[in-house]
Design a protein around this ligand. Structure first.
Ligand code: NAD
Length: 384
């Protein structure tokens, strides 16, 4: 499983710690002269961070998961302001928007020139303008990943702009910023973070570096996910989940993801399902399908050992088997009150179409075993 040759890319500077968001103005001052600050739907939520910013700043509010059009609007806002540095203070939606704007400013052109799967997929060759990512959810790890996910409503799918040049210059991770997340956001984004540690951990593209990061991320999820949901003010749990998310981002950017994300990308383009909810609903059915396929393809496949090890980390039981890990995931999803996909107007009739699109998705390169369209459809029917 462990590749003999590998490389690893991440943000140039990673700053972690409670209260460290206060360092944002100083970080920005070293990177540019005019800043576009991308924030979430409620710019007032973290407005306290902005008065210290000495650079002329314009605020760009991101009101939902980003689309191709939103990225275009963001580029216009950045050009109008003359921004030469971009800051993102928000969840994955805000960070992805900022990363898309930063790379488009650096390269010119339209998002569809570069978008994977439904766009021209043109190679990104020039650096992004510097981007500082400050996550306010603990889920996507987008502060250290090399892609930005954009929905293309015209194609009914989410796809990525992707290049190592898109990794933010600075990731500033302050768990205190996640304390205001309501339980549903904590639950969904936390399940995304957990998934983004587990999929790279069983990936054929795992490396010695991602192994350590992903396994520690799983340990942090085991310690923090249920606790952060039960008590949003528990700063230890919030810190565990912020680090879990960061480690998941570092892992996925270097070891890829599997079928959960292949399916979640298509589902997120087809219906208004929050990304983390899709991951949570799909995780147990995908693990079960992978394990079944791995066992019938090759007894003793290395990924089966990884699943067993992950089960031990998640349950805290050193003799846990894969099935115990699956039970822990199912119990966690139930405890967190994650809705099924059927709640979002996805019906069993949609499963075939989603499975066909997911089978062609670029987000599955880290799957430990190839799942066919029939397997993916069966997974979906469980999650719906
Ligand atoms: N680039 C990547 O590597 C990557 C990886 C995974 C997911 N994603 C993308 O990230 C997006 C999802 O990001 P997300 O899960 O962080 O959710 P999000 O950014 O969409 O935010 C979810 C909700 O939480 C609110 N929120 C955010 N921070 C808050 C806070 N501190 N307090 C209260 N409310 C807060 C937002 O306003 C929003 O309503 C999707 O578009 C997904 O495709 C990207």
């Amino acid at each position: 499983m462990t590749a003999p040759a590998f490389e690893f890319a991440t943000a140039g500077r990673i700053m972690v710690g409670a209260g460290r968001a206060a360092e944002l103005p100083g970080v920005l001052a070293g990177l540019g002269t005019r800043v576009l600050v991308c924030t979430g739907a409620d710019p007032a939520r973290h407005a306290g961070l902005l008065p210290g910013v000495a650079l002329p700043a314009a605020v760009f509010a991101v009101t939902g998961e980003p689309t191709v059009d939103l990225a275009r609007t963001g580029v216009c806002a950045a050009r109008e302001h003359g921004a030469d540095v971009i800051a993102a203070v928000g969840g994955g939606s805000v960070i992805d928007t900022a990363k898309a704007v930063a790379i488009l400013l650096g390269n010119g052109g339209d998002p569809l020139d570069y978008l994977e799967v439904v766009g021209s997929g043109r190679k990104i060759t020039r650096p992004a303008v510097p981007c500082v990512a400050v996550p306010t959810t603990a889920g996507t790890g987008a502060e250290v990943t090399a892609n930005a996910v954009l929905a293309s409503p015209a194609h009914g799918i989410k796809a990525s702009l992707r290049s190592p040049l898109m990794i933010p210059r600075v990731a500033l991770v302050d768990p205190e910023l996640t304390v205001s997340c309501p339980p549903a956001v904590t639950a969904a984004s936390g399940m995304d973070a957990l998934t983004q540690c587990l999929e790279p951990y069983v990936s054929p593209r795992a490396t010695p570096l991602t192994d350590g990061l992903a396994r520690e991320g799983l340990r942090r999820a085991a310690a923090g996910l249920r606790a952060a949901f039960a008590d949003g003010g528990d700063l230890t749990a919030r810190a565990d989940m912020a680090v879990c998310s960061l480690l998941g981002g570092m892992s996925l950017a270097n070891a890829k993801l599997g079928a959960v994300h292949g399916l979640a990308g298509v589902i997120g383009g087809a219906a208004a399902v929050p990304h983390g909810v899709a991951c949570a609903a799909l995780l147990a059915p995908v693990v079960e399908a992978n394990v079944r396929a791995l066992r019938s393809a090759q007894a003793g496949h290395a990924a089966l050992d990884r699943y067993a090890d992950a089960a031990q980390v998640l349950t805290g039981n050193t003799s846990a088997a894969v099935e115990d890990g699956l039970a822990w995931i199912r119990e966690t999803v139930a405890l967190l009150g994650i809705p099924r996909l059927g709640t979002f107007k996805i019906s069993p009739q949609d499963a075939g179409d989603i499975a066909a699109k997911a089978a062609r998705s670029s987000s599955m390169q880290g799957s430990p075993v190839a799942l066919g369209e029939d397997d993916l459809r069966a997974v979906l029917l469980q999650a719906i």
